[in-house]
Design a protein around this ligand. Structure first.
Ligand SMILES: [Zn+2]
Ligand SMILES: [Zn+2]
Length: 88
């Protein structure tokens, strides 16, 4: 579905009358040409969803280092290993 309206391209100033989406921010719209140009400049990188890190202060049971971040919420705080020891 196309949304009809009267917007201005932020890059070239051309009039935009149709958009494939309803713009929320009308001050930074790009016409189809500029949109494609921008896409050509920097290919869209699909970002991997970042895994949530849990912050805290734990102690590595191997080396005694302080662990401040874990990719999971630890249920048992003893027997934790820091990243270095995990990769050993
Ligand atoms: Zn444009
Ligand atoms: Zn360690």
């Amino acid at each position: 579905m196309m949304h009809q309206g009267n917007w201005t391209c932020a890059s070239c100033g051309k009039e935009i009358t149709e958009l494939p989406f309803e713009p929320r921010d009308t001050s930074n719209l790009n016409c189809r040409d500029c949109h494609q140009k921008n896409r050509g400049d920097r290919p869209e990188r699909r970002e991997r969803p970042q895994r949530q890190m849990y912050k805290g202060e734990w102690t590595c049971s191997e080396c005694g280092n302080t662990i401040t971040e874990l990719p999971f919420e630890p249920r048992h705080t003893d027997g934790l290993k820091c990243r270095d020891c995990l990769h050993k």
